[in-house]
Structures are given as C-alpha cells and as structure tokens.
Write a protein that binds this ligand. Structure first.
Ligand code: HEM
Ligand SMILES: Nc1nc2c(c(=O)[nH]1)N[C@H]1C(S)=C(S)[C@@H](COP(=O)(O)O)O[C@H]1N2
Ligand SMILES: [Mo]
Length: 451
C-alpha cells in the first residue's frame, strides 16, 4: 500500500491525523469549486487527471501511474468514478477512502439545485402545466424498481468505421450499461396530474432535459404513447440508480427510464414531460438516431422526416473477455468423459434485446459459424419473457485442440444471440452500415493470440 501522510478531511478526523471514519466525497467548506465542465478538461496527461467522487474533486495525476488497477482508473478521467466503484467495489474501504481524500483539491459545483428542482408536466388533456418537486415525486407515488439497460444506438460503431468512415464517437462494445433504477412510474405521475391517458389525440410523450445544447435548446426526445403509457413497459421517473441517488453524469436528480428503448430516449436531468400529438422537435429525435441504406453518406431534411426514429433496439451481444487482440493464457480442466485434462479458453460477455424481449440463447463459434457452442446464461429471475429489460450475462468454456496451443497462434471467436421472438443478429456489419454508424448488431468478433 501507499504509506504516506494522509490529509484527512473527514469531520471526525483529529488534528494530529489520527482518524476515526473517513466519509469520502463530502463537501468541504472553503475549497475551490469546480464545475463538471472544468473537471472534464482534466482527462489527459497534459492537463492532469482529475476525477470526481460525490461532491469531491481530486487530482490523481501522479497516482494513475501506480494505481493497482492499472489503466482502468482512466475510465474515470475528467469524470465521476462513482459508477466504476459500484463495479470495482474493492475500493469501498477505509484505506482507499483515505487515499482518495489525500488527493482532494476542491468541491464540485452542484449542477442541479435540489431545492429548486421541479418536474413540469404539460400538454394535451391538461388545462395548465403542473409542477412536482423532487420530494413529491419521492413521496406521492409507490416506489418502483426496474433493472434496465441503457444502450447507445452507436454501441459497437467502431466496427462500422473500419468498413467506411462514420460520423460519431468510435464506441467499442462499452456504450451500454445495466442498472437497477428506482422511482415513480410515469403512468402514476400522469394519472395524478389528471392526464386522460385514453385520449387518442395523445400520440407521443415528449421528454426534456435540463441541459442546454450549443444553441441553448434543451436536450429532448419522445416515445410513442402506446409504448410509454403501457404500465407493463415500466417507464419510470427514476431518482435512484442501484439504490443510490443517481450520479450527476447519469441524470441526477430525475432520469426517465424507458426500458427496452434506445439510450437517447432515456432522458437525463429530466425537467419537463409533454403529452403531444407529434414527436419531440429536438434534433436528436428528428434529424439523428435514424438509419439509412449504406449507399447514402448523408440525408436531407425530407429524408430524415420520412425515416423512422430508433426506439426499441434490436438483439445485441458482445464478447467482453478476453478483449480483442489480448494475449490469452490457455487453461486446463478435467474432462469427466475422457478422464483426462483438456485445454480450454473462457469467454464472457453480455446479450440484450430491446422491447422487453428476453435473450433465449447465446452461441459462440470458432469456425466462422460452421459449428456453435451454447453459452451459460445468467438472467434476472421472475421477469415475463416479453418484459425483460436487464441484460443477460453469459460465459462459456470453449474447448481447444492441442494443435491450436502453440504460442502466437491466432484464434478467432464470434458470438451471436437470439431473443424471445427468435430475432437473430446479422453475420456481416456491411449490411448494417449507415453514415451515423448506428445499430451495429452484427456478430461480435474477436481475435486473440495464445500467449
Ligand atoms: C475509474 C476509476 C477506477 C477504476 C475503474 C479502478 C479499477 C481498479 C481495479 C480493477 C482494481 C483491482 C486491481 C486488481 O485487483 O488487480 C483496483 C484496485 C485499486 N484501486 Fe482502483 N480504480 C479506479 C479509481 C481509483 C482511484 C481514484 C483510486 C484512489 C484512491 C484507486 C485506488 C485503488 C487501490 C488502492 C486499489 C487496490 C485495492 C485493494 O487493496 O484491493 N482506484 N482499481
Ligand atoms: N438530458 C440528456 N439526456 C440524455 C442525453 C443527453 O445528452 N442529455 N444523451 C442520451 C444518449 S444519446 C445516451 S446514449 C444516454 C447515455 O446515458 P449514460 O450517460 O447514463 O450512459 O443518455 C441519453 N440521455
Ligand atoms: Mo447515445
């Protein structure tokens, strides 16, 4: 461990540095205040590496070189590390908290003032807009939890980029997350406000974020009302993510969770809900998040207007371990059939489908689809097969032959999944290519070398 003299900012700490309990990320009076925007610029060696934990801002530029978890720490560079520490929970110890506080440089500017926060509900069948405070949302309605994936339509865009350049961040397999979200059901809120949910003029439910884009327009999205207002679909105005207040980056204090629907409609920092006969006018609803044939390198306003907005996503799967290009160590295990030990390699990843369709099978191939091995699935129990919104984690031990084991030998794996409607993933990405690089759900392929 890193023995150094801690400067401990805990309320309980004493003058001589002997401490009782360190609670990390508390606001400390009189430290400099930084906005998330300022922090985000410190995400590289040149500007230094800052991270955020709760209300704390930390400069970890020196520590990143000796971090026991290696480069993983850079996932949080210029950003909040809270979601990562939920996963790598070995950080939640007094020693790590002390270490963290020793890098403290400031407090985070609270982006949304909870005292002033209001959610406005407006539009068709309402006489006038209605405002709810955070407290009302938390207390007036039953608390409902749903485990739901938020996946960007651009997840796995990197593969489309290798075919022909696409516009957008070149995401690998990581533009997806799965969490338990807790909050008030959208239908309960609307009912309380007096919305007539059976009125046929309501065709879309629009959602607005509190964040403004470069043109000072709020982020906006909409979902067709038959989807959003069906209680079986479990749309919620969430105030908790994995049992904690939602981290700032993921939508504090309220986020719309639209289970089974593309990430872009899961509006963070939710400020307004509008019942309407038309889709949101936001750029992201009308002129983006739509797919076109691969011969088109752009689309006109008319072409965008005619194209269908991405809502429920198609069946997706990916291999997360080992990583593409990573050298791998072969493992050996006892084979009860032959009574000998045999070589194998362990693969693991995720699978998920939109619209609530559960994953029913994940297959792996080592011979480009001639033969398949079925993976073991880890699934959320007790959810109806057409109302499952969590991802499925899968793993598999793939047997190798002794002839494959020589050092430097390259092995190629691909995975594909099926959902409860037996929707399948396309074999090739070129069938999917579109100029924004959206909806890539072709077989996920990795190449690894025997170490
Ligand atoms: C995005 C943020 C971070 C990620 C993803 C991350 C990831 C990891 C991983 C994967 C390990 C396990 C390494 C192993 O067991 O071989 C680890 C260990 C560790 N990390 Fe981090 N880390 C992050 C941020 C930080 C920060 C900011 C600190 C500084 C306080 C820190 C301190 C440590 C320490 C002390 C250990 C060793 C814990 C132990 O004794 O088991 N990490 N980290
Ligand atoms: N208010 C607001 N909500 C938003 C966005 C945004 O920019 N502003 N981005 C959307 C997009 S495109 C995605 S993929 C997800 C990402 O969610 P995450 O940051 O929790 O992973 O948030 C969605 N909700
Ligand atoms: Mo996205």
């Amino acid at each position: 461990m890193y023995r150094r003299k801690w400067r401990v900012y805990s309320k309980e700490s004493t003058e001589n540095g002997e401490l009782v309990v360190v609670e990390p990320g508390l606001e400390i009076p009189n430290l400099p205040i930084y906005s998330m925007e300022q922090v985000s610029k410190h995400n590289n060696a040149e500007n230094g590496i800052w991270i955020v934990y709760k209300a704390g801002v930390y400069d970890v530029s020196q520590f990143v070189k000796i971090h026991p978890g290696g480069d993983n720490i850079l996932l949080g560079a210029g950003n909040s590390i809270e979601p990562f520490w939920e996963v790598y929970s070995q950080h939640k110890t007094q020693q790590v908290f002390e270490l963290l506080e020793s890098f403290r440089i400031g407090n985070l500017l609270p982006e949304v003032d909870i005292e002033d926060y209001e959610l406005e509900i407006d539009g068709l069948t309402l006489k006038e807009p209605i405002q709810l405070t955070l407290d009302q949302i938390k207390t007036l309605f039953p608390k409902h939890s749903v485990t739901s994936v938020v996946q960007c339509a651009g997840n796995r865009r990197d593969q489309l980029n290798t075919i022909k350049e696409v516009k957008g961040i070149s995401w690998g397999v990581g533009a997806i997350g799965n969490a338990q979200w807790t909050g008030a059901k959208l239908v309960d809120i609307l009912q309380y406000c007096g919305v007539d949910m059976n009125d046929p003029s309501i065709k879309h439910v629009q959602f607005e974020g509190l964040d403004l884009d470069a043109t000072s327009t709020p982020y906006g999205a909409s979902v067709p009302s038959d989807m959003a207002l069906n209680p079986m679909n479990e749309f919620i105005c969430a105030y908790e993510m994995n049992g904690e207040p939602i981290p700032a980056d993921h939508g504090f204090p309220i986020r719309l969770i639209a289970p089974g629907v593309v990430g872009a409609r899961n509006v963070k920092w939710l400020g307004r809900i509008v019942l309407s006969d038309e889709e949101s006018h936001s750029h992201w609803q009308r002129n983006d998040y739509k797919s076109f044939p691969s011969n088109m390198d752009s689309a006109t306003g008319d072409e965008f207007a005619r194209a269908h907005s991405i809502q429920q996503l198609p069946i997706q799967s990916a291999i997360c371990s080992p990583k593409d290009g990573q050298p791998i160590a072969v493992q050996w295990k006892h084979d009860p059939q032959s009574g000998t030990t045999k070589p194998f390699i362990e693969l693991a990843g995720y699978a998920w489908s939109g619209g609530g369709r559960a994953v029913i099978r994940v297959d792996l191939t080592t011979d480009n689809g001639r033969t398949w091995h079925m993976a073991t699935l880890e699934q959320e129990p007790n959810k109806p097969v057409h109302h499952t919104y969590s991802w499925t984690l899968w793993k598999i031990d793939i047997p190798l032959s002794v002839g494959q084991l020589h050092q430097g030998n390259t092995l190629e794996f691909a995975c594909r999944a099926f959902d409860s409607s037996y929707n399948a993933q396309p074999k090739q990405p070129d069938e999917i290519w579109n100029f924004r690089g959206l909806l890539n759900n072709s077989w996920h392929r990795i190449k690894v070398q025997i170490a």
